[in-house]
Write a protein that binds this ligand. Structure first.
Ligand SMILES: NC(=O)c1ccc[n+]([C@@H]2O[C@H](COP(=O)([O-])OP(=O)(O)OC[C@H]3O[C@@H](n4cnc5c(N)ncnc54)[C@H](O)[C@@H]3O)[C@@H](O)[C@H]2O)c1
Length: 355
């Protein structure tokens, strides 16, 4: 890359080099020519040193605090892949250091917390984006476009099923069992976000019934059945489980969109890129035909990262600004509330957002 081009690259400080942060380093950042990772930060010194060795980084690029990194390394932006509880605190630290922010899902546990970062970014005129990587796959994008174009007519109902077995590891060694809301925060946030994206509607209310068996090793819900009401009276059913022995789904789960004029199915987000994505369309009761999906040279996190880099350089706003993501956080927050209360919970209406 020549000097002139290098100046155009977004210089990233990457915060949080645990399991998923390391995967960003290995797989998601390298394909994006518009960015350059200039420093890494992890508050846990052994994790930082392990990342330093794995990615062969000099000492001058490795820090245990974001503020220290920002003071020492010229940078434009922070990529935040710490656990959820640290997303907003680290995002605020980055914004206050003058850095644009791309943060992993879930943005925050509550709309109120997420909004503090949204408002700070807007005050400072900095880009704040949430990495909802499942949006950047050809199946989800084709489903959104077909539904918006009226391919199945007015939607009558949406059904979503997510089934995985993640229950083999012993309790003592497997952190996932102790995650806060391992289904609703860790996984269903992706599906809630896709529900808003594909239908173009906001959630209004949600009822969540936890269905965990007595033998579940998870501290909080690993499986639940949800009923979600969206704007316009559209109802979605959601059945999600980390303890399912039924045939396993891809990470997207299996989607069924029924409308007055037809039926559309979606699955996708495999482990190896977009190749597993599949959409079928049946019109007027006719046979279900596969929909040809466009190639996506960059997908998932990398596609979102490219949008981020372009927005930082003055290009169009990314699809998932922090503000646009508040509706997904609102549904997630209400679903977790419902799982605890056993009642239908209203979803906070954000207003002015686009799915
Ligand atoms: N989008 C996806 O498909 C997907 C998949 C997996 C994980 N994730 C998300 O990625 C995030 C990280 O997950 P993980 O499994 O790597 O967690 P992890 O616990 O393995 O790693 C997080 C790292 O962040 C570091 N950290 C915490 N607070 C910090 C701070 N203030 N400053 C610097 N470093 C700090 C920790 O020391 C740790 O090394 C989570 O938000 C998770 O939801 C997303």
């Amino acid at each position: 890359m020549v000097d002139g081009d290098e100046k155009q690259r977004t210089r990233l400080i990457h915060v949080g080099l645990g399991g998923w942060g390391s995967d960003w380093e290995a797989n998601a950042i390298p394909p994006v020519a518009e960015v350059e990772r200039v420093a890494v930060v992890d508050a846990h010194e052994p994790t930082l040193r392990a990342a330093q060795e794995k990615f062969d980084l000099p000492d001058e690029m490795c820090f245990t605090s974001l503020t220290e990194a920002a003071e020492n390394v010229p940078a434009d932006a922070a990529l935040v892949t710490s656990p959820m509880d640290f997303h907003v605190p680290v995002a605020l630290e980055a914004l206050d250091a003058g850095l644009h922010v791309l943060v992993e899902k879930p943005f925050a546990g509550t709309v109120a917390e997420a909004r503090t970062a949204v408002e700070r970014a807007e005050e400072l005129g900095l880009v704040l984006q949430v990495s909802q990587n499942y949006r950047f796959y050809p199946g989800a994008q084709a489903a959104r476009d077909l539904i918006a174009a009226g391919a199945v007519g007015d939607l009558s109902v949406v059904h979503v099923d997510f089934r995985r077995w993640d229950h083999d590891a012993p309790v003592e060694t497997y952190r996932h069992y102790a995650f806060p809301h391992p289904l609703i925060y860790d996984m269903a946030i992706h599906h809630f976000d896709l529900l808003r994206m594909t239908t173009g509607r906001e959630a209004v209310s949600v009822y969540a019934k936890v269905t965990d068996p007595p033998w579940s090793r998870y501290t909080e819900e690993a499986s639940a059945v949800l009923v979600i009401e969206l704007t316009g009276g559209l109802v979605a059913s959601y059945r999600g489980s980390w303890v399912s022995r039924a045939p396993q789904t891809l990470w997207d789960g299996e989607w069924s969109f029924e409308g007055a004029g037809g039926h559309l199915t979606l699955t996708g987000r495999g482990n190896d890129g977009p190749a597993d994505d599949a959409v079928t369309l049946s019109v007027g009761g006719g046979p279900a035909r596969p929909v040809a999906l466009p190639p996506m040279p960059l997908w998932g996190r990398s596609a979102g990262l490219r949008q981020f880099a372009r927005a930082v350089r003055g290009g169009p706003a990314p699809d998932v600004t922090g503000r646009a993501n508040l509706g997904s956080v609102a549904l997630m927050e209400a679903a977790a509330r419902s799982a605890g209360s056993g009642k239908v919970e209203q979803v906070e209406q954000i207003g002015g957002t686009s799915a």
